[in-house]
Design a binder for this molecule. Sequence first.
Ligand code: AMP
Length: 334
Amino acid sequence: MPITVVGSIAYDTVKTPFGERERMLGGAAVHFALAASFFDDVRVVGPVGEDFGEEQLEVLRRRGVDVSDVERVAGGKTFFWRGEYGWDLNSRETLDTQLGVFEGFQPKLSERSSSSDVLFLANIQPDLQQEVRRQMSHARFVALDSMNLWIDIARDSLVSAIESVDCVILNDAELRQLTGKPNLVAAAREILSWSAPGPREPGQARGPSVIVAKQGEYGAALVTREGFFALPAYPLETVIDPTGAGDTFAGGLVGYIAAHQSQLGADGDGSGQEVLSEDLLRRAMAHATVLASFNVEEFGTERMERLTGREIVARIQELHAMTQFSGAALQLRG
Ligand code: AMP
């Protein structure tokens, strides 16, 4: 099923203990699209400024991503982000954010983009996320990402946005901050209890049923009403730049789900909401984990631009082998 992603298309200036890059291609929608493009058709919606180069769009086009809804704003400047990482690559400092063309951005989805069955609302102002969700009310699977900034300054709008999606993908600290629950599982269960108020039309989302907690180099956890699953990050000896790991993870997860639409089926409660099997979600988590592991091996999109399907499959097999153990019963004392 085709996927539409709405989010930032950016120039990033990044410094890590291993080097620095000025104004490289970045943005949540870009990282997401590159990862998801390994699974299905991807359409990117977002604004860029006059300063945005054709060669940057070419990076997406080369992976077959549809960029016809990337809006070039005359006289505008592309979203700019500058961040720095210390030795602990799990924590970073944002040194500069220039919204540029994102200020006053009104998402306009073409018929083609709005006809996608799957939607990813990357980290943008939650009012905009809700607006896009309204324009794609028929979507069969909708996932959302956000950040601490919106929890701080637009929590009510973010909660409304969350109530309108199927899947929430956040950092574990953000899940705790959003819910005020100190425990990850309790925080996820709290969000699972949120649902859109009022009568529900057939097909209308009834609130999230899948919560994914990203835990940086420690991996990611999946919480649904039915169960819990977790994977470590793929163990890498060298991590160069974690920027975009979260969006790449989301691209792997949502892309895998979109590509396996035959396993999406309406549930039995008459709401028309799609249900995802635990098995499908676990495999999607594995693909997300592996995609993110490639992204962090080099700066920006450098590694993802060269990545091949074969490399992904090989790493999936390794991750599978290293996370298996036998269920043989052990005789315990006591
Ligand atoms: P991640 O490392 O997955 O959290 O994503 C980092 C990417 O998000 C970078 O490429 C930035 O350009 C982009 N980004 C950073 N801050 C924001 C923001 N406030 N809104 C939208 N995108 C952002």
